[in-house]
Design a protein around this ligand. Structure first.
Ligand SMILES: [Fe+2]
Ligand SMILES: [Fe+2]
Length: 411
């Protein structure tokens, strides 16, 4: 159905199920079906919420992935639809604002039902503008474990007395499943609580594959990094996610490595040297003289020991974003490139570099490394020999392959 048609039509009974759907699970589908049956709805619209900036969703799932999973979960049901109007928005997703938007295209003969769980009912007076919400729609409450019917009815009574409007308790089967639980599944196993296509999508796209909650990391970063540095970090997360998608790397790993890449940036030289040594990094003379080059290795130490990141691929990408190693992995290169090209960066020539993205990750990495080397030389800083070795190696490889192409052309 066309987006503009979602709420159109005369005498329609339309159910709305809001949420981040991270991921959508059978509990959501149960709620939609139950409301449909009990209220005789014509359709249910799954309204995916937007996420404010700097309030990253658990596991940084992109709006696109959330919508794709929704599409898979409702496939084949011609009464279920998706409203993705706010999904990609960075605005705070207040329900009353969404409902006001919906009302603009709603025929006055139609009725809106906002479907919520009993847990949300108990919190409804904490939502923004409850009186407005209750004037724009009827609430339909689905039972949930932990809340008896009597408790719900008492709360409904209290709310409607205070704010007016109508709240219906739907007598249907309880279903207990939350997205938090859904994210903890081992997606290689078939889960009865997720649509099998959704589970497959999660597995193929590597979603929720790292079991680290970014909230704790963000708290640490906010407490320790400057506003400007924090903006750079979020820019790097976004850019790394885009690059991972474009070059077929694990998006979640790339975003996590990007989130952590500068987590040691606030430390003193002494601390950085100490932590890098603890991490097992070999500290040569150049590192001794220019310890900030080690904020990658120190960051890997913090990631491992404070945030329990045990994925070596992620730790390496954090570690080698300052000075590259000879065998740079795809993830290593992505973090280096994202660090230099993310949206808040500004320096001469950056636009030209950004345009190279369709030339492939190797060329992009080579040019970014070239830029870093020039930058270091210009600032009269010590250039680490590893950077030179890696750069020379890239050139040697390129010459070799050019020569090979030339010979093949001659044959
Ligand atoms: Fe850095
Ligand atoms: Fe950085």
């Amino acid at each position: 159905m066309n987006k503009n048609q979602l709420y159109k039509g005369k005498n329609k009974k339309i159910g709305i199920l809001g949420g981040t759907f991270n991921p959508v699970h059978n509990g959501h589908i149960h709620m939609a079906k139950c409301a449909m049956e009990k209220l005789g709805l014509d359709r249910v619209v799954f309204m995916a919420a937007g996420i404010p900036p700097h309030k990253m969703l658990a596991f940084n799932t992109s709006p696109e992935d959330r919508i794709n999973m929704l599409k898979l979960a409702i496939r084949g049901n011609d009464q279920f639809f998706i409203d993705d109007f706010e999904a990609g928005s960075a605005e705070k997703a207040y329900s009353y604002i969404s409902l006001e938007r919906i009302h603009e295209s709603l025929n006055e003969s139609s009725a809106l039902y906002f479907i919520i769980g009993a847990d949300s009912l108990m919190q409804l007076d904490k939502w923004k503008r409850p009186e407005k919400l209750l004037s724009l729609c009827t609430f339909a409450v689905i039972p949930r474990d932990g809340y008896t019917k009597v408790q719900c009815e008492e709360k409904i009574d209290e709310l409607t007395k205070e704010y007016g409007g109508e709240i219906l308790y739907l007598d249907c089967e309880k279903y207990n499943m939350s997205s938090t639980v859904a994210r903890d599944y081992d997606y290689d196993e078939t889960s009865s609580n997720l649509d099998e296509n959704v589970a497959e999508y999660i597995r193929l796209n590597g979603l929720y594959s790292n079991h680290y909650d970014t909230e704790e990391i963000e708290k640490y970063l906010k407490a320790n990094l400057s506003k400007k540095r924090l903006e750079h970090v979020y820019g790097t997360v976004k850019c790394a996610g885009d690059l991972a998608k474009a070059y077929g790397a694990n998006i979640q790993k790339a975003k996590l490595a990007a989130l952590l890449h500068d987590c040691a940036k606030h430390m003193s030289n002494e601390e950085i040297l100490f932590l890098s040594q603890e991490y097992g990094f070999e500290i040569d003379e150049i590192y001794q003289l220019q310890p900030e080059l080690l904020h990658g290795a120190a960051g890997a130490y913090i990631s491992k020991n404070v945030f329990s990141v045990d994925d070596q691929e992620i730790l390496d990408a954090i570690s080698y974003h300052t000075v590259p190693r000879l065998e740079m992995s795809k993830l290593d290169k992505i973090i280096c490139v994202a660090d230099l090209l993310e949206e808040t960066r500004e320096y001469p020539g950056i636009d030209k570099l950004r345009k190279l993205q369709d030339k492939g990750l190797d060329i992009l990495f080579e040019k970014v490394l070239e830029r870093v080397i020039i930058h270091v030389v210009e600032r009269n800083q010590l250039l680490h020999t590893n950077s030179v070795v890696v750069y020379n190696n890239l050139l040697k490889e390129k010459r070799k392959s050019d020569k090979l192409k030339q010979t093949q052309g001659e044959e």
